[in-house]
Design a binder for this molecule. Sequence first.
Ligand code: C2O
Ligand code: CU
Length: 501
Amino acid sequence: LSAGAWTFFCKFHPSMRGVITVEGVAGGVEPEHTRFEQPLVVPSTRRGADIRLVMRRAKVRTLPEGPRTSMWTYDGTYPGPTIKRRGGRGTEVTVVNRLPRGAGAMSTHLHGDHHASADDGQPTSHLIRRGEGRTYRYPLVVDGRPEPGSFFWYHDHRMDRTARNNWRGLQGMFIVTDPPVPGLRLPTGRRDVPLMISERSFTSGNQLTDPFADGPDMVGHHGEMSWTGDNAPPDDATVGDTVLVNGRHAPYLAVSATRHRLRLLNSSPFSSYNFTLSDGRPFLQVGTGSGLLPKSVVRSSVLLGPAQRADVVVDFSGATGQRLVLASVPAARGTTGDDARETAVMEFRVGRPARDSSRLPSRLPSPRLVAPVRASVAKTWTFGLEESRRGSAWSINGRAFDPGRVDHRVRLGTVERWRLRNTSDVTHYVHVHAQQWRTLLRDGRRPPPWERGLEDTWRLEPGEEVEIAARFTDYTGPFMIHCHMLDHEDHGMMARFDVTR
Ligand code: C2O
Ligand code: CU
């Protein structure tokens, strides 16, 4: 693929077309960085009941040429090792902090999983100081039953510093596997590919830039924040100009002309991507990050904001000899600029057909959704200015995060129905800890088919409103709700709810 503008259309939907600008992708990237020169690396896997991860600085290969990049890693690689466990077979993960002086204390959160408050890797409690370690217990059980097959990820969650710590590299994937389901055979082995997509910017010496160098240091400021629309902090946005896939820029993957399962995760601190394939080949979405959808959905593009995942199957048959590019193109509904860029992400080099024993019925085993909920809305969470114009663009219900303040209480065992609304003029991606949720309504209507499974992170455009429901099981204690655009989170767009008996 050479530099220049490159037009593609969808052969299934000829009116759909797009342009990928390869040179100057994401402004200022050296053209040589947008050739697909390095093979995709799939992180090593850990499967034990007792796993140890040491957070340490390491030099890792990110760009195809020149020096390696010094990053903060889980166990020496970026992404860290992928943890794989069968639902119901718990594991304990001990995370040790051997990061350089100045990195500070850390907190590792397993995003999407259901576990105790003390094992949640929260922003201010149970921190892992330098030289120390902490063991997190993940039973992989929900309400007495094995957690469904899921695509989770672990990442740092330290208050005020989450954007920095994730940018530096503290991210890894976690796959909960399912027992076999009769009639359903998703592609496995080398045809099941987890893809962590995340952007960074680099200096000419291949080192990470430091977007946090001149920004306001948020540490310790939450107590005194009383921002209003007029004195709001700058809208820091930790965006990069170079997209990495499993830690490498513009990789390629040789695939047979068969079906492949791609587990897509956007772990960028701030940006979203609207994924498409360059010949318009559709994605068959079978799941969210939190289990299967009730029915698979054919999609020509998949929009994922920070922390969102999609479990998709791509059929490469008929493409032997072709090079297909996974790219991000502007989203039809993108209103805020955060997803307006065109970026080539990676390349699939399609080889010969091969035996394919996958089986994909359109009806899938149904996810464990709470029964249709008649309960009235127990809590409304407003992201952005309230009608009273209290708070800032980065507050929830008019207030910035205070770890010592309980913003809502939930009774263990009850079903809660929550309303999430965005009253600001930018998009937010709202994430809730503790449970997996059913999406009841999006803007008053039944949610789109890809939002009918379990979810933990929702896109909310300006003015949008989503209603969700979950039953609170197993664990009491504090948990978090926050925007997963990490600059917003670090600016205080986070709240605490406590589950009580
Ligand atoms: Cu992915 Cu509260 O985090
Ligand atoms: Cu936000």
